[in-house]
Design a protein. Structure first.
Length: 411
């Protein structure tokens, strides 16, 4: 099958199935420019070139006689990869459910894109199932890059669902593999990012601080999303250590480094994170938090996924409560409660704490206290001991604030 463009299409498919770059396939005998023209159909191959390329791919020359695949999954993957639309991503998710006997590499690529879409939508259960298969396929392929990237993304999902111990183990594996195989700096940095996050949630703050600072140093001078997330990670560790000023400083640097025209989703999330930190400082900075919320209001009409909308509402609950606007806080809280919550585990617990405080302020003290105790026990059982301590502290402070004559309670 040496007629073009069919030969070129099949050649490109075989190369991608094996995860080879054009330079790797070209080797020393042909140029990448010539290979590119073969794949595009602009040049016709000679018998010698066909034999050489078959050898490079460890295939018989007859492999080029099989037509290029045009499966539903391959078509959905091509459309989703070249489009930013949610509709195309949903079609890819659907195609994955019905796909059978696809090449492992094609399936890995589809799972990778689908998991990213599901994460942005906050559909955590679906994302976790997708990532579990991604890890299995990567382990089957045996390529270090795919294994590291799959474990890293899986670790992030595990952490978001409250599986701290498993997330920490998975992130450690990814980071160790990245260093052992001397993978690109971006792979090492991404694995280190998730390891830092897992250590932070596990209460290993000394290790997390060291890794966060190493990550910031690794990404120094960069302008991509990893640099911004490195600073965000450093901010999170500092916040857990009680250094809210340091946390806000790191977040401000991250915010400055992200162009809304390049990554609007991250641009919005950083500002929501900044607003949340402003409300955690002592004293809090409600004016700055409100400014960040105002900045994202227009952008949310463009990238307003259910997850982002819920993150914004959670900040609004906190802001209203902080300012003593309890009716507004209740309205926003109830609006969130009427939805399928897609917030990460820690944010869901924090929202539950605010809801408990609202109950107490509204006079339902016994219900609010019982709910705080329940949340504290949940955090303890999930090995989020620092989070459990924060909840018990919130309970003590809330009860102390409510002491005094004339206090009533309804139920």
């Amino acid at each position: 099958m040496t007629k073009q463009p069919l030969f070129g299409q099949r050649l490109r498919e075989l190369r991608r199935e094996r995860g080879l770059s054009q330079a790797a396939l070209a080797g020393e005998q042909i140029s990448t420019g010539y290979l590119s023209r073969l794949e595009s159909g602009a040049r016709h191959p000679t018998e010698g070139v066909v034999s050489y390329l078959a050898g490079q791919l460890d295939l018989a020359p007859s492999a080029f006689d099989t037509p290029a695949s045009d499966s539903p999954l391959a078509r959905a993957l091509s459309i989703a990869a070249s489009s930013q639309s949610d509709e195309a991503a949903e079609q890819l998710v659907s195609a994955l459910h019905g796909a059978r006997n696809e090449s492992p590499l094609l399936r890995w690529q589809a799972l990778w894109l689908a998991s990213r879409h599901l994460k942005r939508q906050g559909r955590t259960d679906e994302e976790q199932g997708c990532l579990e298969e991604l890890v299995r396929v990567a382990d089957h392929l045996g390529l270090a890059e795919f294994r590291c990237r799959s474990w890293t993304r899986y670790a992030r999902c595990l952490l978001a669902t409250g599986h701290t111990v498993h997330a920490l183990e998975t992130a450690e594996r990814a980071y160790e593999l990245a260093r052992a195989e001397e993978l690109p700096a971006h792979d090492i940095g991404t694995a280190l990012l998730e390891l830092t996050a897992a250590e932070t949630e596990a209460g290993r703050l000394t290790d997390a601080r060291a890794h966060a600072d190493a990550l910031v140093e690794l990404t120094e001078g960069g302008t991509d999303a990893l640099r911004a997330e490195a600073l965000w990670s450093a901010a999170t560790v500092r916040g857990r250590q009680g250094d809210h000023e340091g946390a806000l400083h790191c977040l401000e640097k991250a915010i400055e480094g992200v162009d809304s025209r390049v990554d609007l989703f991250l641009w919005v999330r950083l500002r929501l994170a900044g607003a949340a930190v402003c409300l955690q400082t002592a004293p809090s900075r409600p004016d700055t938090a409100r400014d960040y919320l105002g900045q994202v209001s227009v952008a949310l009409s463009l990238v307003g996924t259910p997850l982002l909308r819920q993150e914004r509402l959670a900040v609004e609950v906190h802001l209203a409560f902080d300012e003593g606007r309890y009716e507004d806080a209740r309205t926003a809280y109830d609006e969130l409660g009427a939805e399928d919550l897609r917030l990460p585990y820690r944010d869901r617990i924090a929202l539950g704490v605010l809801g408990s405080k609202l109950l107490i302020v509204e006079g339902h003290e016994s219900q609010g206290v019982a709910r705080l105790r329940e949340l504290g026990e949940q955090a303890r059982q999930a090995f989020r001991l620092d989070l459990a301590a924060d909840i018990w502290r919130a309970l003590a402070e809330t009860l102390a604030d409510r002491r005094g004559p004339g206090r009533g309670e309804t139920s």
